[in-house]
Design a protein around this ligand. Structure first.
Ligand SMILES: [Zn+2]
Length: 465
């Protein structure tokens, strides 16, 4: 019965591209157009703001001030469309989607900034949007309308204006879904990452709802520094430490780059070809590390989400931890935030749920045997020894057991059976899923911990005493 249920989710399919030189030039032209539109609109918003501020300081009446420039995407688009014949006389050469690619994130950035300033948006303060530089920004262009399709041979995709692009890998996974009419392409983004071109399709997928293999089992996952994760079952997921393995190569390549003649903006010196080549190698080495890391994380989170009904993780203050420089590299390497994000959407796909424990729940300091809480536990103490009951076990296993016990408590105490699935949850056309909260769990004062697609993440404010 549960297997008949369908679940509508938005997910991405990403494929590497093999662009011809001509296609690459076309994509870069579109990405450049996006940047021009972004920078023009930002300059315009700034100019109007400054103008109004100046007029106000002269004591001009509020009604006589220069009219405001709207920040919404339609308003920015209207302004751009009026200005483009003058600002960008070449505008016909690019798809209008290119300009949208630049204006859409600007509209969102301006909104985030003003919400953050007025206190409507929690979390760290959001800065005012900045101009995009050709040197620093990643070239990308997004198409939301027009002919976007995967060719029947599954080795080519068709995008508006860019035409038929060859894929480096088969798009069969997406093609199968499209042929079975269980997927609809919402948008396609072409982007360069680590010296390589990719196309990412944002797809609305109708998935069959699943049930985890062990729907009633609660597993606590402790994200550690020594290991990537430790499960309350005692299973230890070793830290892949791909960055460690590649660190020597990265260091060598970075040194090579620094020895060669790079660009200098003050003197106008151009970079040497040898510098460009070395920098390409360094970029590819970094990209490889990122790929390995992503692969390891996906394998772990898929396995966990398929297996267990409830997964409980700690709400780590990743930003705060990254500020601790000694731990920083390790933590960045392990990709904690990414792990939790993946667990968020994968549990919802698999019919399980993710529970995020309060940041201040002392999972490491509590004894999983008797519940006694230690006042202090140094990071160097790898073994937990309880002074009350004498329990001795691995520090991370102890923490994971505490988390599992906490999740079991939450299930028993009013949040009901694990039913976080399908029927009561609708995915919006785009953007994050509205989170349905189980009664008995609160969200007061908590932000930034619900994964973007986390339909099943609950917050626990239970404090163990
Ligand atoms: Zn104890």
């Amino acid at each position: 019965m549960a297997h008949r249920e369908r679940l509508s989710v938005v997910q991405a399919y990403r494929f590497a591209l093999d662009l011809t030189a001509r296609q690459e030039r076309a994509v870069l032209a579109h990405a450049g157009a996006a940047r021009v539109a972004h920078n023009w609109a930002l300059a315009r918003v700034k100019a109007v703001m400054d103008q109004r501020a100046a007029e106000r300081s002269y004591g001009i009446d509020e009604a006589d001030l220069t009219p405001t420039q709207g920040w919404s995407l339609p308003a920015l688009r209207r302004a751009w469309n009026q200005a483009k014949p003058v600002v960008a006389p070449w505008w016909r050469e690019c798809s209008k989607e290119a300009f949208n690619t630049g204006l859409d994130p600007l509209a969102r950035a301006l909104k985030n900034w003003s919400d953050s300033r007025s206190g409507k948006r929690a979390g760290r303060p959001v800065g005012f949007p900045r101009f995009k530089s050709r040197r620093r920004c990643t070239p990308s262009v997004r198409f939301t309308t027009g002919a976007i399709r995967v060719e029947p041979d599954r080795k080519h995709v068709v995008l508006p204006r860019l035409g038929r692009l060859k894929l480096h890998e088969s798009a069969r996974k997406l093609a199968r879904r499209l042929e079975a009419a269980t997927a609809r392409i919402v948008s396609a983004t072409v982007r360069r990452e680590g010296g390589r071109w990719f196309v990412a399709f944002c797809v609305e997928v109708d998935r069959a709802a699943r049930t985890p293999e062990q729907p009633h089992v609660v597993v606590g996952v402790d994200l550690g520094v020594k290991h990537l994760a430790v499960l309350s079952t005692g299973e230890v997921e070793p830290n892949p430490r791909h960055l460690d393995a590649a660190a020597r190569r990265l260091r060598r390549l970075a040194r090579r780059v620094s020895r060669r003649v790079g660009p200098d903006r003050r003197t106008g010196r151009r970079a040497s070809r040898r510098w460009e080549r070395a920098r390409g190698q360094l970029g590819r080495a970094h990209a490889r590390v990122a790929n390995l890391r992503r692969d390891g994380l996906h394998k772990l989170t898929t396995r966990l989400a398929r297996e267990y009904g409830t997964i409980l993780v700690e709400d780590l203050n990743v930003v705060g931890m990254l500020r601790n420089r000694r731990l920083a590299r390790r933590i960045a390497d392990a990709g904690f935030a990414e792990l939790r994000r993946q667990l968020g959407y994968k549990t919802s796909w698999n019919g399980g749920r993710l529970v995020v424990a309060d940041r201040w729940y002392p999972s490491s300091k509590t004894c999983s045997g008797c519940g006694a809480v230690k006042a202090k536990l140094a990071l160097s103490e790898r073994t937990y020894t309880c002074t009350t009951c004498g329990l001795t076990l691995d520090r991370d296993v102890n923490a994971a057991r505490n988390l599992a016990a906490l999740a079991a408590q939450a299930s028993a105490a009013g949040s009901g059976p694990v039913a976080g699935r399908g029927a009561d949850r609708k995915t919006r056309r785009a953007g994050p899923v509205a989170v349905k909260r189980q009664p008995g769990t609160a969200t007061a004062g908590k932000t930034g911990t619900v994964p973007p697609q986390g339909g099943t993440s609950d917050q626990m404010l239970t404090k163990a005493s």
